[in-house]
Design a binder for this molecule. Sequence first.
Ligand SMILES: Cc1cc2nc3c(=O)[nH]c(=O)nc-3n(C[C@H](O)[C@H](O)[C@H](O)COP(=O)(O)O)c2cc1C
Length: 363
Amino acid sequence: MTRTWNQTRVSEVLGIEYPIIQGPLGGLSSQKLTAGVSNFGGLGSFGAHGLEPSAIADIIAEIRSLTTKPFAMNLWVSMEDEGARFSDEAAFRRAASRLAPHIAEAGGTPPIFAPYRPLRFEDQARILLDAKVPVFSFLYGIPAEEILVEAKRQSIATVGTATTVDEAKALEDAGVDIVVASGFEAGGHRGSFLKSSEDSLTGTISLVPQTVDAVRIPVVAAGGIADARGIKAALALGAEGVQMGTVFLAAEESGAHPLHRQAILSGQARHTALTRGFTGRLARGIKNELLTELEKPGPEFLPYPLQRTLMKNLALPAQKAGRADLLALWAGQSANLARPSDLQHFLASLVEDMFKTDGLPNR
Ligand SMILES: Cc1cc2nc3c(=O)[nH]c(=O)nc-3n(C[C@H](O)[C@H](O)[C@H](O)COP(=O)(O)O)c2cc1C
């Protein structure tokens, strides 16, 4: 019997019908989006890295009330940059000075320094293990051996993210079940952990086949995939599934602000760029005025996650003032392929296009 495109090891290991993963959208995930994708037969993911352990437990319970299908909870193994604990008020003032004119323009108040309160990956991971989530995915590193061993014992599938072939090999060696090969087209953060993000900027079409050749575990392609053409290309390169993020940000169910969704859907997303200015770590977003400003020479950004916290002082007034030009508009290079659509309709047409032989999406 011949296999259809959706019958891959990724579908098998994750227990899903279609090897289409809605990528975690840390900070902009929603329980509804996660459950909606899982109910359809893909894998919905929830990006929980910014949340207190108790909040993560509540979200898992809520997702479980919305779906009985497998879903993923996603964390960041590395939660802070070196120097975050020692960064002082003087550094805060210098970094804030760059934002001051924009905050004032948006009608906000000057940021106030507050001591850093770290969140620990290990405490967050404990919640995922105790809740026996179906899938535990992660970025920025490899969890300690005891966490991976416990996940295996609880039959929790593990999905790690690699931005280079060496990272994929390290994840396989550690016993991770599936590796996401994330090309530099992807929206959001570049989760590199062996070399710097700037030194790990391989594109999807190059990274996926080299990863497939280097590891035996199934590979999921991520970065720049927005329709059935992208999925077919990824499968042709040897991937056994795809992870898409930006197109799901555009869905009404996502946690993205309407100004953000509108920017993706209105043709403003033709030009994206990488910056450390949004959070302190390298990430891709639409090249609007804010990103352009942040890339100009100026005071140093704070280490992650302090820069992220600082930027909230601009995000909140900018949202209120309807100023998309002053918002961090996370998006990947294929954002412009996103179309306004209802989530279920989008997924149904994606799958329909995948079963068509010509491979061209319905327009
Ligand atoms: C706003 C945003 C937040 C993201 N947050 C996370 C995250 O917390 N963890 C993670 O593993 N990947 C995260 N990603 C990556 C996506 O899950 C996905 O791999 C990526 O978006 C795929 O590339 P694409 O944007 O071209 O579709 C994020 C992406 C975006 C756009």
